[in-house]
Design a protein around this ligand. Structure first.
Ligand SMILES: NC(=O)c1ccc[n+]([C@@H]2O[C@H](COP(=O)([O-])OP(=O)(O)OC[C@H]3O[C@@H](n4cnc5c(N)ncnc54)[C@H](OP(=O)(O)O)[C@@H]3O)[C@@H](O)[C@H]2O)c1
Length: 324
């Protein structure tokens, strides 16, 4: 396994982060694995040297955090655990979502409880909250660090101007600032290259892209997108603009290069992302041990500048997707 420091911090994370959205409860989404199968994948990830795990309070309504906490029992210190808050957890309770002080403090306690941990390594805001002043959010997060409930703070998809505002507000108020950005970025969705990624690079913020394989679209020929349960049932696959802006042509080039190199499409797609300087660790989602092993092997693939340009060439700008 390769490790890198997350942004400008000294925190060492594996270059593959394991996404835990696929573990928890299949009642939440049909493609989600039940706890035992999820734990098996997490255990294999640990064997492969992965130390970085991403979950959220909302995944399987908290079950994903439980699965991760159970799987890491007895090896907490060796792992870097990232979770998130923002989305409303209880339809009847408006304070179970958003980024007010009350929501953050309560949701943080609930996450710690489900994870069975005293501290979360990286606590992330899942989205921007238009209803809460950023000062209130940042003060609540900074207090969580002072109270040793959280070690580092991170953010997820939002506009670059909002992220810049948050970074500058933290500095102005002398508060801990976001050290990482978890954003939507892959070979068929590159709008983040315009503003967010250069901002992260300039500010020393670590980047951990979500849906690095475009939710599976970049792992098989586009004609076969419905071939898996997730491909067949996931509405996001069609909500995100993967097939617009040259996506199918890129998919065909990934397939061609994979065949030339004798590797899988997922490995070529992931390798492209790992070759982008601003990326620290893509968050891979999988429900299969073989696919996890495949992802880790992608670290060994070397793509030439010609290969990278060939893969990138058909891309055309698409509508913003992820925090729209
Ligand atoms: N911050 C946010 O708003 C946000 C949003 C979405 C996701 N996330 C995070 O990002 C993580 C990953 O997201 P994701 O699951 O959407 O991303 P993804 O990794 O782009 O896509 C996962 C899909 O790709 C397939 N796949 C993975 N590796 C493969 C391989 N080697 N060969 C063939 N197929 C492969 C999986 O199928 P199999 O299951 O069959 O392997 C699955 O259907 C989540 O777990 C979550 O932690 C965050």
């Amino acid at each position: 396994m390769e490790y890198t420091t997350l942004g400008d911090t000294g925190l060492e994370v594996s270059r593959i982060c394991l996404g835990c959205m696929s573990f928890g409860d299949s009642d939440w989404r049909p493609w989600v694995l039940d706890p035992e199968d999820g734990e098996e994948i997490i255990e294999r990830a640990i064997d492969l040297g992965i130390n970085f795990f991403d979950t959220a309070n909302m995944y399987s309504n908290g079950e994903s955090e439980r699965v991760l906490g159970d799987a890491l029992e007895g090896r907490r210190d060796e792992s870097v655990v990232a979770t998130k808050c923002y989305f409303q957890m209880d339809d009847e309770d408006p304070n179970s979502g958003g980024l007010s002080r009350k929501a953050i403090e309560q949701e943080l306690e609930n996450s710690l409880d489900r994870l069975g941990m005293d501290t979360i390594d990286l606590y992330q805001i899942h989205r921007w909250d238009d209803d809460t002043p950023i000062e209130e959010t940042l003060r609540a997060l900074d207090d969580a660090v002072r109270r040793e409930k959280v070690r580092y703070l991170g953010a997820s998809s939002m506009w670059a101007h909002q992220f810049a505002d948050a970074l500058h507000t933290s500095e102005r108020l002398g508060l801990d600032r976001f050290v990482s950005m978890q954003n939507h970025y892959n070979l068929v969705y590159r709008e983040e290259e315009r503003e967010m990624l250069p901002l992260c690079q300039k500010e020393g913020v670590g980047v951990m892209p979500w849906s690095p394989l475009a939710r599976g679209y970049l792992t098989r020929p586009h004609e076969d997108i419905d071939a898996t349960k997730r491909g067949e049932t996931e509405e996001h696959m069609y909500r995100h603009p993967y097939r617009e802006g040259g996506g199918d042509e890129i998919n065909e080039r990934v397939k061609e290069l994979a065949a030339d190199r004798g590797v899988t499409m997922a490995q070529i797609s992931l390798s492209w992302l790992l070759h982008q300087d601003w990326v620290d660790a893509p968050i891979v989602g999988t429900t299969s041990v073989e696919h996890l092993e495949d992802a880790v092997e992608a670290l060994e693939i070397d793509l030439s500048s010609g290969d990278l340009a060939y893969l990138e060439e058909p891309y055309e700008p698409v509508r913003v997707s992820g925090h729209e």
